[in-house]
Ligand binder design. Structure first.
Ligand code: 5AD
Ligand code: SF4
Length: 457
C-alpha cells in the first residue's frame, strides 16, 4: 500500500462512500486502480485535487444526502476551480449523464462496472471535457485487483465475491444500477484472504447481493461450463476461505431466504471460524406482500429456513431487513410482519419505509398508496418490537462466555476495548494488556440494548 508520504508528487484523491458494504468495498477497488496510476488517497478532503463520491440509490433519502454533499463541494469548487468532482456507483448508473446536466459541478460520472476506466476519464476531465462511462458488464468482477484498504482498522475487511443481482425484487433498484449477477474466480478470493491474513487481518466478510447464488464454472441450470475443471458453490467457497487459517474469522452478507440451502448451514456448523451469524432479510411477514414484492418465498418457507438454522446451529444469531408500507400493505399484512418478528426474535434488524424507485417492477405495476404517516407509524411499531427483541437477546447473553475478536478502543473510553463475538454482538471490556487483532474469552456481566459488557476470563 502506498502512503501519501511516499507519493509527494502525486495527486491526492479523496473518496467518500454511501450505501451498502459493497459500495465501501468498491471504493477500495477504485483506490487501488487510481493508486496504480500515481494517485495517493487522503482522508482530508481539503488537500484533494480529485473528489469522488460513491453513491447509493436504494431509497430516495440516500440520493438526497448525496445531492446535499454536492452542494458542499460546489462551494469548494468556486475556490478551487481545478478540483475534479466525480460521482460513482449506483446514482451514477441510474441517472447517467443527466447528472452532468442537472448538477453543474459534476465533471465525471462512472458506473460500478467502469472503474478500470477512471484514470483515463480523469485525464479527459483535466483536458477540459466532461466524462461519462456507465456501461454495465456481464463479466467484470475486478477479480485480480488487490483493494487498497481505506478503513484502516487492520483487523476486519470486506472481500467482494460477486457483483450484480438477477432477482428482480419489485421494490429494488439494484438490478438496474449494478447489472447482471456474476461470480468472482474463487482462486482470486482465497488469494486475497490469504494476503489479508498475512497482513494481520483476522476477519473477512464475503460480500455479494445474494451470496447463496455464488457459483463458479457452473450455470444457473447446473450445467458445467468447462468440463474437467472443478465447480464451486457458496458452501464450498465458504469452506475454502475458512481453511485459510483457523485464526481468521469468516462472515458473509447477504443471504437470500429462497436460496439459502442446508449445505451452507452444515458448513458453518463444521467450522469454528465461520461466524454463527446470518443476515436473512425477510422484508415482510405476509405471504401476499412477499408475492407482490416478487421475493420468491412465502412466510412459511422463510420460517422453515429459520427453523433449519436453529436446528443446525442452535447458537446462531439472525438479523433481517424489513420494509413497512409497501404498495397495498393492509393493517392485517402489517400485523403479520409484527408477529413474524416476535416469533423469530431477531438479534438485529434494519428497518425502512418503502420508497418508490423509478423503473422498478413495483413502480410500473402498483400504486405507492400507503400514506407517509402510516408508513412512519408502522415503522415505529416494528422498531419498538426490535428494540425489545435485541434487549432480550442481550439479557440472555449475560453470564455466558464468548470468544471475542478485539477490534480496537471502545468508543466511550480508552480504558476499554471493543470487539465482537461470533454472533456479531458488540462486547466492551477493560483493556488490561490485550491487543487489537487478538482473541480473548469474555464473560458477560451486564448489557444495554446495543452492547454487551464483560470481563476477560
Ligand atoms: N424502499 C425501502 N427500502 C428498500 N430496500 C431496498 N429497496 C427499498 C426501497 N425501494 C431495503 C431492503 C433491502 C435493504 C438493503 O434495503 O430491505 O434488503
Ligand atoms: Fe445502495 Fe443498493 Fe447500490 Fe448498495 S447496491 S449502493 S444498497 S443501491
Amino acid at each position: 500500500m502506498m502512503s501519501s508520504d511516499q507519493n509527494v508528487f502525486g495527486k491526492k484523491l479523496y473518496i467518500e462512500s454511501y450505501g451498502c458494504a459493497m459500495n465501501f468495498s468498491d471504493s477500495e477497488i477504485v483506490a487501488s486502480i487510481l493508486t496504480a496510476s500515481g494517485y495517493a488517497t487522503t482522508r482530508n478532503e481539503e488537500e484533494a485535487q480529485v473528489v469522488l463520491i460513491n453513491t447509493c440509490s436504494i431509497r430516495d433519502n440516500a440520493e438526497l444526502r448525496v445531492r446535499n454533499r454536492l452542494n458542499h463541494f460546489n462551494v469548494r469548487k468556486r475556490k478551487q476551480p481545478g478540483l475534479v468532482v466525480g460521482i460513482l456507483g449506483c446514482m451514477a448508473e441510474r441517472l447517467k449523464s443527466t447528472l452532468l446536466e442537472e448538477e453543474k459541478i459534476v465533471d465525471l460520472v462512472v458506473g460500478p462496472d467502469a472503474y478500470r476506466d477512471l484514470p483515463l476519464l480523469i485525464e479527459q476531465v483535466e483536458g477540459g471535457q466532461k466524462a461519462v462511462n456507465v456501461l454495465l458488464s456481464r463479466e467484470e468482477t475486478y477479480a485480480e485487483i488487490n483493494p487498497v484498504r481505506l478503513d484502516n482498522s487492520g483487523v476486519t475487511s470486506f472481500v467482494s465475491i460477486m457483483r450484480g443481482c438477477d432477482n428482480m425484487c419489485s421494490f429494488c433498484v439494484v438490478p438496474f444500477t449494478r447489472g447482471r449477477e456474476r461470480s468472482r474466480d474463487p482462486e482470486t478470493i482465497v488469494h486475497e484472504v490469504k494476503y489479508l491474513f498475512e497482513q494481520g487481518y483476522r476477519e473477512v466478510t464475503l460480500l455479494g447481493q445474494n451470496v447463496d447464488s455464488y457459483r463458479w464454472n457452473i450455470t444457473k441450470k447446473g450445467e458445467i461450463i468447462e468440463p474437467g475443471k472443478s465447480t464451486v458453490n457458496f458452501a464450498q467457497l465458504l469452506e475454502l476461505v475458512a481453511l485459510v487459517s483457523p485464526q481468521i474469522r469468516v462472515r458473509f452478507s447477504t443471504s437470500h431466504p429462497k436460496d439459502m440451502v442446508d449445505e451452507v448451514l452444515h458448513t458453518m456448523a463444521r467450522h469454528h471460524n465461520i461466524c454463527k451469524y446470518i443476515h436473512l432479510p425477510v422484508q415482510s411477514g405476509s405471504s401476499s406482500v412477499l408475492e407482490r414484492m416478487n421475493r420468491g418465498y412465502s412466510r412459511e418457507w422463510y420460517l422453515d429456513r429459520i427453523a433449519a438454522i436453529r436446528r443446525i446451529m442452535p447458537d446462531c444469531a439472525i438479523s433481517t431487513d424489513i420494509i413497512t408500507g409497501f404498495c397495498g400493505e393492509t393493517e392485517a399484512e402489517h400485523a403479520e410482519t409484527a408477529s413474524l418478528m416476535r416469533e423469530v426474535g431477531y438479534e438485529f434488524a434494519y428497518m425502512f419505509k418503502y420508497s418508490e424507485r423509478p423503473k422498478t417492477l413495483a413502480e410500473r405495476k402498483f400504486k405507492d398508496d400507503i400514506p407517509e404517516a402510516i408508513k412512519q407509524q408502522r415503522l415505529e411499531e416494528i422498531i419498538q418490537i426490535q428494540h425489545e427483541s435485541s434487549h432480550q437477546r442481550n439479557i440472555q447473553a449475560v453470564g455466558k462466555v464468548f470468544e471475542v475478536l478485539i477490534e480496537g478502543n471502545s468508543k466511550k473510553s480508552d480504558k476499554s476495548l471493543h470487539g465482537r463475538n461470533s454472533q456479531n454482538q458488540v462486547v466492551v471490556f477493560e483493556r488490561g494488556n490485550h491487543q487489537k487483532g487478538t482473541y480473548v474469552n469474555v464473560k458477560i456481566t451486564a448489557c444495554t440494548s446495543a452492547t454487551l459488557i464483560g470481563e476477560v476470563v
